[in-house]
Each structure stands twice: as C-alpha cells, then as structure tokens.
Design a protein around this ligand. Structure first.
Ligand SMILES: *Cc1c(COP(=O)(O)O)cnc(C)c1O
Length: 476
C-alpha cells in the first residue's frame, strides 16, 4: 500500500461534510453541509524551494506549487502535460508578466488568456482537470455557474465542446458589459447553455447555491461547480503570487499585493500563498463602491447592502462567498463558529466578527474602497503619467495600492482584465479607445445564443433538467 499519511485532505468550513481528496473536491464544488472546502493543513514550501523557482517557466512553477494539493490523484507526468496545455493558450510567453509603473509599483497582468480576464488562469486548467477526472470515471457532469461577467466567458471558453460536461451559465440580464455578454453568448457549442436571469449577480449566485443545496437533484444532475468557490480555482491562482514575488526578490524580499476583489477568491489565493511560506507583506482587498469587505475589515460587521452597478461589474458583489474561508481560518478553523455566523447572516442579514477574528485578519489584510470618480481619475492619471492603460477593475486596485503603498516595499497590483474589454470606461477617462486584440474582435461579431428566465428556482431547474445530457439514471 502506498503511504497516504502525508496527503492533503479537504475539510468543509462548516465542519460536518465528509473530508475528500482533490479530485472529489474539484468535482463537488460546494460541500454538502453548505460550506467551502479548504485543505486540512497548508503545505509548506521551504525558502530554498521558493528561491529555486527563479528562472523556471510559468508552467513549471505551477506544477511545483500545485503538486502538494493534488497528491497522488493525478500522476505527475500527466499533471505536467495538463498544466502545459492550459498555459499554452495564453498569448504572452511569460503567461503573467509584470509591468513596472513606478519604483516599487508593479502591475501583474493576468489577462493574456483566451477571454482577456484573469479567470482564464484558473479556468483553462480546471476544464482540463475536470474532463480528465470525469472521463477516467466514465461519468458526465452538469456544470452550473453564476457569473457577474468574466467567469462565464472564461468557463464557456474552457469547457466548450468537452464531451463529459454540460455547462449552464447564469448571468444577470442586462447587468454585464456588452463585450462580456457577447463573449459568452457567441459560443455555439452544443454543451453550452447561457441563461440571462432577471435579477442581480447575487440573485444568480443564490439560485446556484440553492441548486447545490438541493442534494437529491444535485446527485441526479451530477452537478459540478466552477465558481470561484471551487478549490481548484483558488489553487491555480496561488501560482502567480509565487512567480511575481520571486521575480521581485522573494524569498529574501517581502512583497505586498493589491487585489481587485469581488468574491474573495483571488485574494484568498494570496492568503494561501502566504500560508505556504511566501513572504507576503500585506494583502490589500481593493473594492469598488460595493464595499462590504472594506466595511467589515474596519468595523467587524459583515452586512450586505444593495448591489450598485459600477464600471467594474465583476466586482459588483455584496455576498463575497470565499470570505467564509478566511472566517474559518480567523476563527481557528472552528466549523461550528462559521455555522453560527452564516446562520446569523441568513436570519438577520448580518453578523459581527469577534475581536480576535478581526485581529487575526488584520495581521495580513487591509481594505480600501474606491468610488467611481477615483476609478476614472486613476485610469486617466496612470495613462498620463506612465503611458499604461488599465481597465476599471485594475484601476480600483491601482487606486487602492497608491493609497497604502510603502515606499521601501514592492506593491503588486493584480491587473484582472484587459482594457479592451471595457472600451467605454477607458475612452471616457483617457480620451481614446484601447486597441482591441484580434482574438476578441473575431468573437464579438458572431451570433448570440441565450435564454432569458425569471429569477425563480423552479424555472431554472426545469430549464436545466430538460437540456442536460448528464442525468444519472438510478442504478439498476
Ligand atoms: C472575477 C474578477 C474580479 C474579482 O475576483 P474575485 O476572485 O471574485 O475576488 C476582479 N476583476 C475581474 C476582471 C474579474 O473578472
């Protein structure tokens, strides 16, 4: 028997779902007790191993950083091949290049994938890992996901045409940008289904959550999730924290990151990198006008308000799902405590963190909210001062980073979308439209395919059940 004692298992933030291995966690998404899966212990990468990443390709670093999370579920050489293929879809040879705006002020470009948003980094890998896992098991799955804009396009691009997977993507009708909608709806693959819900992103997310908590249906449809709560996505996102910090002098040097944040997946990956041993100075949670996380970090009180539409729609979120993972950590990995807080949120519409929990978070995290006026001014001033043109999401990050940067320490702002995805906001701020990459131009002209449905659970389930080819017949 192989020695399995060092393998990572994954446990739920709510403490009662069974612990699972990597592939099961990836195929499951949300835990059956409503919680999110996290590794039972953080793998440590020694300083010498971090130093040894210097000079390696992105795919090589990715393989090394993710290996402990995957354990023996995938043979190493096969995993290497999947990682190589995933990052070969990126148009920049560095995959995630760093750009210097000013001394110690950096931008990490995560938008060189097929849909020009950082979601591609995780989704390109996730699709390959899921297809492999399902095919190996002789199974099919129904993927249902909610998107505030970029996840949907990235998921559709990554999963289109895969035989083992039927994919349904919900987006808030009329609340994603024209480019974002067309990126999703211009796909004509048979296994892709776009659903425009008459509601907000939070409504879409609530529908998907309800579906995952409907355990009988979840089994019958063989549901799998690809939203940012999927552990494999967080795992894939830890990689660029390593590549960029190493390029800037880690492990000898400490590097801080500023992350345009919505569902807290990307910045939680930074937390994971820190727990793995990367010397991360501070993690700045940059929010737009939808500032629930900035308010929570300042006051301890987590209280969703109405979602306000902004120029950075992928961050127009008030219920930040992955924040539950940080609460679990800050509460000393106490699943009962997480359940208590989540119940308060469901019953009373808010909860308040304990002093000790808030202190634990404040060790590493701080948060800045950036209003619409500052977003526009930042796009304009960065372009004038440095010649660098950024999109509104990245501008939220740069504005927040400039407020809190310390002169002596590198601060890396994650650039999460290509400016060409938000031409109107960029033109308004700089006076000229960003150039549109050919890849994007081709897609936007194609015919659109989507259905509009009411914000209603039964309507959604009927829609999915009548279309998926992944229904599990009861065993005979
Ligand atoms: C998804 C997204 C974000 C927010 O990332 P989270 O992991 O949800 O916090 C920021 N910017 C862009 C462009 C995105 O697509």
């Amino acid at each position: 028997m192989p020695d399995q004692t060092n393998e990572i298992r994954y446990v739920s933030t709510r403490g009662t779902a069974p612990s699972l291995g990597f592939e099961d966690v990836m195929l499951t998404g949300l835990a059956r007790d409503g919680g999110l899966y996290v590794p039972d212990a953080w793998p440590r990468i020694a300083p010498s191993e971090i130093g040894a990443l210097s000079g390696l390709s992105y795919a090589e670093v990715a393989t090394r950083i993710m290996k402990p999370y995957i354990g023996s579920d995938i043979p190493e050489s096969e995993f290497e091949g999947l990682v190589e293929a995933a990052y070969a879809t990126f148009s920049h040879s560095a995959v995630a290049p760093l750009v210097e705006l000013a001394p110690n002020q950096w931008v990490l470009e995560l938008f060189h994938g097929p849909t020009l948003a950082f979601k591609d980094v995780a989704m390109q890998l996730l699709a390959r890992l899921m297809d492999r896992a399902l095919t190996k098991r002789g199974r099919r799955a129904t993927i249902v996901g909610a998107t505030s804009g970029d996840t949907g396009g990235a998921a559709i691009e990554a999963f289109a045409g895969l035989k083992a997977i039927e994919i349904f993507i919900l987006h808030p009708h009329g609340r994603v940008s024209d480019v974002q909608r067309r990126q999703m709806t211009s796909c004509d693959a048979e296994n892709v289904h776009n659903i425009a819900v008459e509601g907000t992103f939070d409504d879409c997310q609530a529908l998907v959550k309800a579906l995952f908590n409907d355990l009988e249906r979840r089994d019958r449809l063989s549901l799998a999730g690809v939203n940012s709560i999927n552990w494999a996505r967080i795992m894939a996102q830890t990689v660029y924290y390593f590549t960029s910090a190493v390029a800037l002098g880690a492990p000898e040097r400490t590097v801080s990151f500023c992350v345009p944040t919505g569902n807290f997946g990307d910045v939680f990956a930074g937390y994971a990198a820190s727990r793995m041993g990367l010397p991360v100075g501070r993690l700045v949670i940059a929010t737009n006008t939808n500032d629930i996380l900035a308010r929570t970090l300042k006051t301890g009180r987590y209280e969703p308000k109405d979602v306000v539409a902004t120029s950075s729609p992928s961050m127009d979120i008030q219920v930040s799902s992955n924040f539950e993972r940080l609460i679990f950590e800050a509460a000393g990995r106490d699943g009962d405590r997480v359940c208590t807080l989540m119940k308060a949120l469901a019953d009373d519409g808010n909860f308040t963190l304990a002093e000790s929990e808030l202190t634990a978070m404040s060790d590493l995290f701080l948060s800045e909210a950036v209003n619409e006026k500052d977003v526009g001014e930042t796009i304009g001033s960065v372009a004038r001062e440095t010649g660098y043109v950024c999109d509104p999401h990245t501008a939220v990050g740069i504005a927040a980073a400039r407020r809190v940067a310390r002169r002596e320490e590198p601060m890396v702002t994650l650039a999460t979308a290509h400016p060409a995805k938000f031409p109107d906001a960029v033109a308004a701020a700089t006076g000229s439209s960003p150039g549109m990459p050919e890849r994007l131009q081709q897609r936007l002209g194609a015919e659109e395919h989507y259905d509009v449905i009411a914000n209603d659970y039964d309507t959604l389930t009927e829609f999915i059940e009548s279309r998926t080819r992944a229904i599990q017949e009861p065993a005979t």
